[in-house]
Write a protein that binds this ligand. Structure first.
Ligand SMILES: [Zn+2]
Length: 296
């Protein structure tokens, strides 16, 4: 089954929703890494979360969810492109029981959502404290604080499947007009809250909608595909090594015979031997373009 996200709206109310299911992308990311089971599930929830958030990007851009904490999970970084490309990485300081939830993994954490337009334009970032003990609760907190949009989020990940659902109250008239339905938001929340993680992961999204909202008039849009794709490249790794400086590179070469770097996201190995390192620091053609200077 292809990884996909389905968007829907309530025809007669200012409520929209999304359901995403990720099997293949999640499996590919896990196959390249060696995260503990509790961390794997958070990676899965994070992937579902960024897919839900990226589905409404209006311009070519990438959306990053970054969770940092003082707890065992020091970093969770998950990215989605408006084209459906997904990647993720996590770092932990300490081992965790398999059942550890977000509250146990990430004490005193923050959640940052960043949107980077690809063709210039304003970068957007919203940061909230991690609250509520789950990634879904943290996202709801984010929507409340940063977007002022009432939103319910459900996320679920097993060892093989990750899924998520979001319903959101759109800005609209509070009162019922033109057959509008002022109670629809409340009702949608109550109905949606009956969904189980297993249903979200295993049923077809349209079947989930039918079961939850069978008395509502729902319009479903064309599905949006998602897949795993990392953006790393030899050029980018070369630029990073160049940034670390010639002395450090030569010392690593002397100690190890080559410089080997693995991408934090996809674990792809990049090897630079003595000739490659020489070229990196002496051959102008091989050097990455100069980084723009930051002003102080
Ligand atoms: Zn990579």
């Amino acid at each position: 089954m292809a990884d996909k996200l389905e968007r829907f709206i309530f025809e007669h109310a200012d409520v929209r929703g999304e359901i995403v299911q990720l099997d293949q992308a999640y499996a590919e990311i896990l196959a390249r890494t060696e995260y503990a089971p509790a961390v794997q599930r958070l990676v899965g929830e994070g992937l579902a979360a960024v897919a839900l958030l990226a589905a409404t990007l209006k311009y070519p851009s990438s959306l990053t969810l970054q969770l940092q904490s003082q707890g065992p999970l020091s970093l969770l970084l998950v990215q989605a492109g408006s084209d459906g490309a997904l990647r993720a990485m996590a770092r932990s300081r300490a081992a965790l029981p398999e059942s550890a939830d977000l509250a146990e993994q990430a004490q005193h954490g923050t959640l940052a959502i960043t949107i980077d337009p690809e063709q210039g334009g304003e970068r957007y970032q919203g940061v909230v404290d991690l609250a509520g003990g789950s990634l879904a609760a943290a996202l709801e907190h984010y929507f409340r604080e940063s977007e002022q949009l009432p939103t319910h989020v459900w996320l679920s990940a097993s060892a093989h499947q990750a899924a998520g659902m979001l319903i959101q109250r759109l800005p609209g008239d509070e009162s019922a007009i033109d057959g509008g339905d002022a109670d629809a938001w409340e009702r949608a929340g109550h109905l949606a809250a009956t969904v189980t993680g297993q249903e979200l992961r295993e049923l077809e999204p349209t079947e989930v909608m039918r079961r939850l909202f069978h008395e509502e008039d729902i319009r479903v849009f064309d599905p949006m595909p998602f897949w795993f794709r990392c953006r790393c490249s030899r050029n980018r790794v070369g630029a990073m090594l160049h940034g670390l400086g010639e002395q450090e590179m030569r010392e690593t070469l002397a100690e190890q015979g080559q410089v080997e770097v693995h991408c934090d996201f996809c674990n792809e190995p990049y090897r630079f031997d003595a000739v490659d390192i020489e070229a990196l620091f002496t051959d102008p053609a091989a050097q990455p373009p100069a980084q723009s200077q930051r002003s102080h």
